[in-house]
Every structure is written in C-alpha cells, then in structure tokens.
Ligand binder design. Structure first.
Ligand code: BG6
Length: 491
C-alpha cells in the first residue's frame, strides 16, 4: 500500500457525543441535549413541552420538534449526551492518547451553543471560545492538525424552535455569524473546516423510511432546509477564504453506497435515482455550486417549491467547497421487487446483501463499496477527498487479562484501509482518513455507550455508570503501527 506523504491519519468525534458538560461555562441547550437514550430496538426520543404537558417524539437526525413545542428536560429520562465521556474535562488526557497513536489530525466539532448559547446573541460566549482554543493548542502541542466540523447535529435548541428547524432564511445569517467568529478566532490554529455534518442525512432518512412518513410536507421541509444550508455553507466558504486564504473547507456527506438487487432495468434506474437524490444532489450543490439537472425532477416528484433567490444561486457558485469529505460505514441494496430478507443500517433500509456480513447493529461490512464510492465521486468532482468517518460499532468485552482484544475492529479497519489504497492507486486524490469514534463515545443513532467504535475504551455504560477511565484496546497499538508505517504495515 502506498499512501501519499503527509497523509492525514487520525480519528473523528462530535462535540455532543464526547464533551458532556452540557450546561457548563455558559453553554446553551442544543437539540441533542433534549434527546434521550435509546437502544437497538427503542428509538431515542426528543422531550418537549406542548401546552404545558411533557411529551416525547422519536428523534431523527435532521428532524425538528412539532410546531409550537418547546424543548424540555424530563427529570425521569436519561440523557447520555449530558455527560457523554466528559471530554470537556479529559481533553488533555485524550489528546495525549491520540498523539501516542501518532495522529496527524483529529476531527472534532464545535458545539454551536458553547459559542452562541441561544444562537441569536450579538456577542459570542468567551468561555466557549476559550475552551476550543485550549483544545486546539493542545493538539498543536503534538503536531496534530484539527479538522473542525462547524455543525454536527446540534443546532441551538432556541433557533431550532424559533425557525422550525431551518425553515427560515434567518438561519443562514445565524450560521454565517457563528462561522465567521470561528474563522477569525482560530486563524493560525485550525486549517481544515467542514461546514455541516452529513448534510444529506434528512434525504437519506426520508428515502430509507419514507413509507413510514405520513406528513406530506416532510420533503418540502427537508429540501428547503437543505437549500438554506447550501447557501449558509457557501457563504461560510467564501468568508473563510477571505479571512485566511490557507483555509481548506469541505462538505461532509453521509456516503451510503446503493447497489441494485437485480439486473431488472427498473432496479438499475431506481439505483441511479437513489444515488442522485441521496448523494449527488448535495454533492453537486456544494462542489459544483449549482443544482444538478435532475433537481427539477426531484422537486416535481415531491411537490417541493423552494424559496430560492438569484443571490442564493450566486452565493452557491461563489462558495464551492475545496474538498469532498464523507462518512462511510456500509452499503445498501435497493430494488423495485418484494424482498423477504431485509437489512437496515445507517440511514438506509433495503434488501440484505448475500455477499456481505452484518454487524450486531445490522450494518453491512463492505470495503469494496468504499473503493467504489471514492472512484465515482473523485471522477465527478475532481477535488481532494477525505474519509472523515469509518468504523465498526461493536460490543467490547474486557478479557480475563483486563484487556480488550478487538480483532474484529482491526479486521474491519484493515479492509477499509486496503480499499482506500486501491482507490489511491486508481488515481483518487485521497488526503486523509479519520476513523469514527477514535475514543468510545455516545452513539448518535441509539444513544448507547455499548456501541463502541474506539481505539480507546471508556469505562461508562448505557445507564451512565462507570469511572470514565480510559484504556487502550488492541486496535490502539495496531493503528499506531499503521500510522507509523504510513499504511504500509496493516498486519
Ligand atoms: C454518522 C454520524 O452518521 O454515524 C455520527 O456522523 C455517528 O455522529 C456515526 O455517531 C455512527 O452512528 P451511530 O449511530 O453508530 O453512532
């Protein structure tokens, strides 16, 4: 395997899934702070008050509260993100461990509500700014380049309620104001930025579970939200370049690879259409700065009527991203035929693929899909690419020797690194790889701690019990070797 010199090996996290300290140093409530724990079978719930009554509704990334609802914390529910793994108070220890593994980069996100607690304040919260400065300085101490997601599934609750989850163009200004503060504040400390985590997740969600959707306005909602986010992202990119020409700003797409189940031409066309709606719609808007040719078909199909201005179109063109980044965990199979054997995983639901193995959470392992995705997308956009999430969520058991022998995780990662190597050999300009949940964290989908991705074990369980002590797993030493050999030694 030959990886480019200066390849950015590292790991990825999100503020709400690691930091905890949800109400410390002036932080406001985010949407995640009113999200309860779930499990493989029970969904996470959003808790809120409507007409004075405490209610719950299933939480879905990208979905907001019912109209008129006010997010509220239920004293009888458990909220795993409130403490998470308490990175807020352990960041020095954690970054030291990342440095021990040889990380070149560390992907983390900023909690918008640490900087603007409600979102609409005129001035940022100094304590929030100071926290991330300390974190970035700690990274720099070890030569680790921070890769910063500006928004990772945690809009300020206040804004989300006021503007009904991005249904008002006022959100664009709120986001741009927030991004501008970050770009100015961390100039010289941060080089790589991502505007929105998995921006395509609401479309994926609708397509995967669309048959359960009863409200016919959901597509209008999702597409309008996306449009405002595209404009916000583009304006942020433009601003970033003005503030520091060295800034590299990327999009971030949830990369679920769809395959057709059969050679039936109808399956082939459906597969193509899934790629268009789930992946290329957002990819084109952010990388090409304009909507793709098939956008009109999608809008007509879903009866979507966008609030879109000439200035928006110009902003999108002026704010194309510098790199294409994405998460990759698994592939999915689509078909127009009835199937018995079904599978569902990260924002996808389709037929089971007989050629693949599935994790305990039902996610397929498909490294070839990663190679395929890289090659297709690089050919389409021809800008540097980064895999900013990839990994295996699994239950880890502490062995009799007190250690965690996670050979299943090593195996998963090895196969995906090999796939990246092949894509690079085929000409893809891949510049980095950050595995998801490099330290155990709260699962976004289920709120569990027991769905672990890390090289570093954290002693905390699904009920919030545990010492929060950190311990390297076998994969820690394996990844250390991978980085040291720049991907040559995967044994
Ligand atoms: C991605 C998200 O979809 O998948 C992460 O960007 C998330 O926030 C990751 O944690 C893994 O999903 P889960 O549900 O296993 O946490």
């Amino acid at each position: 395997m030959t990886f480019p010199k200066n390849f950015l090996w590292g790991g990825a996290t999100a503020a709400n899934q690691i930091e905890g300290a949800y109400d410390v140093d002036g932080k406001g409530l985010s949407v995640t702070d009113i999200t309860t724990a779930g499990s493989l079978t029970a969904p996470r719930m959003l808790t809120y008050k409507l007409n004075g009554k405490l209610e719950k509704t299933p939480a879905m990334p990208g979905a907001g509260l019912p109209e008129g609802a006010v997010g509220a914390i239920d004293p009888n529910s458990y909220y795993p993100n409130h403490v998470a793994i308490d990175f807020y108070h352990h960041y020095k220890e954690d970054i030291k461990l990342f440095a021990d593994m040889g990380f070149k980069t560390f992907r983390l996100s900023i909690a918008w509500t640490r900087i603007f607690p409600k979102g609409d304040e005129a001035e940022p919260n100094q304590k929030g700014l100071d926290f991330y400065r300390r974190v970035f300085e700690e990274c720099k101490k070890y030569g680790i380049e921070p890769l910063v997601t500006i928004s990772h599934y945690e809009d300020p609750l206040y804004l989300s309620e006021k503007y009904n989850d991005w249904q008002d163009r006022a959100m664009i200004d709120m986001y741009v104001k927030y991004a501008k503060v970050l770009f100015k504040e961390y100039k010289g400390l941060v080089k790589y930025w991502l505007t929105f985590n998995e921006i395509n997740s609401s479309l994926l969600m609708l397509n995967a579970f669309g048959n359960k959707v009863t409200d016919d306005k959901v597509y209008q909602h999702a597409y309008q939200k996306l449009h405002y986010q595209f404009v916000a992202s583009a304006r942020a990119v433009k601003l970033a370049h003005e503030i520091d020409p060295n800034y590299v700003v990327g999009n971030m797409i949830c990369g679920v690879v769809d395959y057709p189940l059969t050679p039936d031409p109808k399956d082939i066309l459906l597969n193509r259409h899934m790629w268009e709606e789930d992946l290329l719609y957002c990819g084109d808007a952010q990388c090409k700065g304009k909507y793709p040719t098939f956008a009109k078909r999608l809008w007509a199909e879903h009866d979507v009527h966008l609030d879109i201005t000439e200035q928006d179109k110009q902003d999108m063109l002026d704010g194309k991203v510098d790199m294409y980044t994405f998460s990759y965990y698994m592939s999915n199979v689509v078909t127009t035929h009835e199937v018995q054997d079904k599978a569902s995983g990260n924002f996808a639901a389709g037929a089971k693929n007989p050629y693949l193995n599935y994790s305990e959470w039902g996610w397929s392992t498909d490294p070839t899909g990663l190679q395929y995705y890289l090659e297709v997308m690089y050919d389409r956009y021809e800008i540097p690419m980064m895999v900013v999430e990839n990994g295996l969520g699994a239950v880890d058991k502490i062995g009799e020797d007190g250690k965690i022998h996670d050979d299943y995780r090593i195996d998963y990662l090895r196969q995906h690194i090999e796939a990246m190597g092949k894509a690079i050999a085929d000409g893809v300009d891949l510049i980095g790889y950050t595995t998801w949940g490099c330290i155990d964290l709260v699962s976004a989908g289920t709120g569990q701690m027991s769905k672990r991705y890390g090289f570093i074990y954290v002693d905390r369980d699904d009920e919030g019990k545990g010492t929060l002590a950190r311990m390297p797993k076998d994969s820690f030493y394996w990844y250390q070797k991978v980085i040291k050999s720049n991907g040559a030694d995967l044994a």
